[in-house]
Write a protein of this length. Structure first.
Length: 365
């Protein structure tokens, strides 16, 4: 006899938050310190791209992609256009994740987080060879189940609700996100994240969309000035606990253990990222002080470009650095090479050389 699909209860749950209140306070404190550190940066863009890329790599890795951060940076340098092999397909999925973060930020300037908002993010995420037959931007119309590859529905670890229940459940989730006043936005997004994954509204990409909503929700609630509180690194490192705790909410109604775990994820990853922000700020300041010695009015342009694209070709750095003249670009690259700021990682090539900014890559790895 097949197990029955699970239908989550409507939100909000009735919970006693006193047990986890100290964890809420500690997590909010580190998030506030991190946000202040980012706002102090002379140009917050110098961290945005790096952290978006790492988050995209790790969130996609949870779903089975194999491309590493180094490979993604290498693909970035060359602007891959076609998806011919598995790594290039991985890259497209990771690149789409970054695009979705930026798209979500822009949409939030005019729209709240609604069903259509989330469908648009999903459409962007699945805009690839692998996702084209997975109904991008549409709720599923068939039953799905979660389990190891090759297992049958009888062996499934979780069976989400049947398709006919999705609209009502999602309507309740949307109302909870936009109208309910929870004890704290971090608790609210923890609860919303569970509910989204339990509804499992799409054929594919539910995990990525669910994780993507975390920074966007906190940004929308004005907890952060930028959508940059990410949790995928922690969830990847504690994958078994992540799935087990989500399952325990469904089976036992154990919300507090899940929320406590989620708060720990935010706290630990934000602490780690705060340290990296400090290191990047120090690096940026030190190099900025060296720019007069480069003796070029475009030196600062290239420096800012390096923090956005730490592996690059001259052709694609022109846009980031806003340097129109190719010869100016090549001259400046030569000066940065001589100063030891960048390295040539394709010395065997005469044309289309790829350069790297190793000090930044070392920090974000």
């Amino acid at each position: 006899m097949s197990p029955k699909p699970f239908i989550p209860l409507f939100l909000p749950p009735k919970l006693d938050y006193l047990k986890i209140f100290p964890e809420i306070v500690k997590t909010r404190d580190i998030v506030a310190r991190y946000d202040e550190a980012v706002k102090r940066l002379p140009n917050p863009e110098i961290i945005q791209r790096s952290f978006e890329t790492k988050e995209a790599v790790l969130s996609s890795k949870i779903e089975g992609t194999q491309a590493t951060l180094d490979e993604v940076l290498m693909f970035d340098a060359q602007e891959v256009q076609e998806e011919e092999n598995e790594r290039e397909k991985d890259y497209r999925e990771i690149s789409n994740y970054r695009l979705a973060i930026e798209q979500g930020k822009k949409m939030l300037e005019k729209h709240p987080i609604t069903e259509n908002f989330i469908k648009e993010l999903h459409k962007t995420l699945l805009n690839s060879v692998r996702g084209r037959n997975k109904a991008p931007g549409e709720f599923r119309k068939i039953q799905v189940y979660i389990g190891k590859k090759g297992t049958t529905i009888e062996q499934a670890t979780f069976i989400p609700p049947e398709a006919q229940h999705i609209n009502k459940l999602f309507g309740n989730l949307e109302k909870y996100i936009n109208e309910h006043e929870e004890i704290d936005p971090l608790v609210q997004i923890a609860i919303a994240h569970y509910q989204f994954e339990a509804i499992h509204p799409f054929l594919d990409g539910n995990g990525r969309v669910g994780r993507l909503l975390v920074p966007l929700f906190l940004y929308d609630k004005k907890i952060t000035a930028y959508p940059n509180i990410y949790v995928s690194e922690f969830l990847e490192e504690h994958r078994d606990d992540y799935y087990e705790l989500l399952k325990n909410v469904s089976k036992k109604g154990d919300w507090l253990s899940w929320i406590s775990f989620f708060l720990q994820a935010v706290k630990e990853q934000t602490e780690s990222t705060l340290k990296k922000v400090g290191e990047i700020e120090t690096l940026h300041k030190w190099l900025k002080e060296r720019m007069p010695g480069i003796n070029s009015i475009y030196a600062n342009n290239l420096l800012e470009g390096l923090f956005i694209r730490p592996r690059f070709t001259a052709k694609f750095m022109k846009k980031e650095a806003r340097i129109a003249n190719p010869q100016t670009m090549y001259t400046l690259i030569a000066k940065f090479l001589e100063a030891g700021i960048i390295t040539d990682i394709t010395p065997e090539k005469e044309r289309n050389k790829i350069y790297a900014f190793p000090e930044l890559i070392k920090i974000i790895r």
